[in-house]
Design a protein around this ligand. Structure first.
Ligand SMILES: Cc1cc2nc3c(=O)[nH]c(=O)nc-3n(C[C@H](O)[C@H](O)[C@H](O)COP(=O)(O)O)c2cc1C
Length: 206
């Protein structure tokens, strides 16, 4: 099972979202599905905001990609997404939303004519559907409250390009003391274990 793990914690390896992404790896390895991992850390990549020249280059035949930093290659990011069987997005909550590095990544994978198009005025996702596990970490408790903008936003972004098999796992209250944090991470870990069991079982029957 080829798994793409995308992380974006400014805390790097110390980040709780990075930790939970590591637990996905742990459970996949333990499950013996011979997993292959690609890990993309958008903070290490220093993924910049999309610019007009980069956006225009998507429509220019033979545009000179050498002029762009290599991590900005939208074609390569989309190929990477397509080449994996399971996508894991480990997304910290920063100011009620996703880190701007993640937004910069989404800005490069929602590509008109490539990952979506409009047919009879309706949007159609063009990527082949595959399971996406979204791990959300939060300092507070936002699940099922109005300020949880992430769940519906991320669902919309993924569904727009054809990825509708989405599971969210949340670890909230991470800045509410050690006891709450330890329990939240343990609960998320147990949900990850269950998800991996289901996905790995599905894979072995294919
Ligand atoms: C710049 C910044 C903004 C944050 N904004 C929020 C927020 O709006 N809501 C919240 O619940 N936690 C917020 N937090 C807390 C983080 O969500 C929490 O520390 C979480 O563990 C981040 O994931 P990470 O450990 O993988 O980086 C914020 C943290 C930072 C650094």
């Amino acid at each position: 099972m080829k798994t793409l793990i995308v992380t974006a914690s400014i805390m790097g390896e110390q980040g709780c979202s990075t930790h939970l992404a590591g637990r996905v790896k742990h459970h996949l390895i333990n499950h013996g599905v011979n997993p292959l991992f690609t890990e993309r850390d958008l903070v290490k990549d220093n993924l910049p905001h999309l610019t007009a020249p980069e956006f225009s280059s998507w429509w220019q035949e033979g545009a000179d990609k050498e002029l762009l930093p290599s991590q900005c290659d939208s074609d390569a990011l989309l190929e990477e997404l397509q080449a994996h069987d399971l996508i894991v997005l480990a997304i910290p909550t920063y100011n009620f939303g996703m880190p701007s590095q993640f937004k910069a990544w989404f800005d490069r994978i929602l590509r008109p004519g490539i990952s979506f198009r409009y047919t009879s005025g309706r949007p159609e996702g063009l990527l082949s559907n595959k399971p996406v596990l979204v791990l959300i970490t939060r300092g507070g408790l936002l699940s099922d409250t109005a300020p949880d903008h992430q769940t519906s936003y991320i669902t919309t972004l993924l569904a727009f390009i054809g990825l509708t098999d989405i599971r969210f796992i949340y670890a909230g209250g991470l800045n509410m003391g050690d006891k709450v944090k330890t329990r939240a991470l343990a609960e998320a870990d147990s949900q990850i274990a269950g998800y991996v069991r289901r996905i790995a079982g599905r894979d072995s029957h294919d």
